[in-house]
Design a protein around this ligand. Structure first.
Ligand code: NAP
Length: 325
């Protein structure tokens, strides 16, 4: 008998066909109230789940007594209670690597957009306000040669360092749990404590996961260590930053600008004070959002799920303790 899979993300026709070959599939088209009802109805018979952007808490998962695996179409796994999943021996998989370069591209897009005021000035042109040569009031700041500070030197941090070092001649400093000698050698990067990095970097980029340890990592005190010419970039998760403190720092001119792909609450409320600030570039969580990368992530998730349901160890197992040896 085929295993039952609940999809809460639409897949491309070739991936759908692959999944249908091996499993009985229920597709939840949208995670609105009706979609969540359908999910609740499907969970009691589900062996596998595949999707993203849904907090799958114990209340939901208790409805799925036969659940064997969840394939998340994301690298971040902050939407899951890993201890709960491990206790129930439900395998959780993610999609690392395939999104690394694209997410680093997004980080660099935000670096360039904030430093060169791309959105603000493009909007000025669109509004018919470009009536004479622009002057210092509209100048931006250089990116090349400036110090790139990376907090969380993992896969995406490293891809950002590569762009900064080779592409823009930027000195790279970083903070992570532990020093990374290979990264230091490749990009001439230097390890810093968090306060040192915040004081010394021109661009401060967050590329670490949201965990109990990193939630609220950047707050009033940390923002106070940055300089008025510092630019803050967040492509990790919104809750790593105290958003109210960031708004306060931007309003007070404590830092020059912020490029934000992620927010405390998503989608960002259109009334958010962040959107009143010309020195904020806000994007709708597009880190990995290209056609090519989203397809590669979905393929990776399908591979992981089918392996898990076939009793094989999936390539991207997050909770290794749930694996039965
Ligand atoms: P990764 O390879 O696991 O790298 C994360 C790095 O963060 C690790 O190197 C780790 O350092 C460091 N770290 C963790 N906790 C830390 C702490 N408390 N202090 C300092 N450093 C800490 O993960 P990745 O693939 O680069 O992805 C990173 C995160 O980016 C994901 O978890 C996700 O939340 C986010 N992301 C966002 C988007 C988007 O759409 N905006 C897309 C993809 C990913 P050590 O190695 O020293 O332990």
């Amino acid at each position: 008998m085929k295993k039952q899979v609940v999809l809460y993300k639409k897949l491309s026709p070739p991936l759908m066909a692959r999944l249908h070959e091996q499993a009985q599939v229920t597709l939840i088209e949208s995670l609105d109230a009706q979609g969540l009802d359908t999910l609740r109805e499907a969970l009691p018979r589900a062996h596998g789940l595949l999707g993203a952007s849904l907090k799958l808490d114990a209340e939901l998962l208790d409805l799925a007594p036969d659940l064997e695996a969840i394939a998340s179409v994301s690298v971040g796994v902050d939407n899951y209670d890993i201890d709960y999943l491990t206790e129930r021996r439900i395998l959780l998989t993610n999609t690392p690597d395939v999104l690394t370069e694209t997410t680093a591209d997004t980080g660099f897009a935000l670096i360039l957009a904030t430093a060169r005021r791309v959105v603000e000035l493009a909007n000025m042109v669109r509004a018919g306000q470009w009536q004479r040569n622009i002057g210092p009031a509209h100048f931006g700041s250089d990116v090349h040669g400036k110090t790139l500070g990376i907090i969380g030197m993992g896969r995406i941090g490293e891809a950002l360092a590569q762009r900064g070092h080779f592409g823009f001649g930027m000195p790279v400093i970083y903070h992570s749990h532990s020093p990374k000698p290979a990264v230091e050698q490749r990009f001439n990067a230097q390890y810093r404590s968090l306060p040192e990095l915040l004081q010394q970097a021109d661009f401060i980029c967050l590329t670490l996961p949201l965990t109990a340890e990193t939630e609220g990592l950047i707050g009033t005190e940390e923002l106070a260590l940055m300089r008025p010419e510092s630019i803050f970039i967040n492509i990790s998760r919104g809750k790593v930053v105290d958003e109210a403190a960031l708004i306060q720092a931007l309003r007070a001119g404590q830092i020059r600008a912020a490029g934000l792909d992620v927010f405390e609450h998503e989608p960002l409320n259109p009334d958010s004070p962040l959107l009143q600030l010309n020195n904020v570039v806000a994007t709708p969580h597009i880190g990995s959002a290209t056609h090519e990368t989203r397809e590669a992530m979905a393929r990776c998730a399908v591979d992981n799920l089918l392996a898990a349901l076939a009793g094989e160890r999936p390539a991207n197992l997050v909770n290794v303790l749930a694996w039965k040896v």
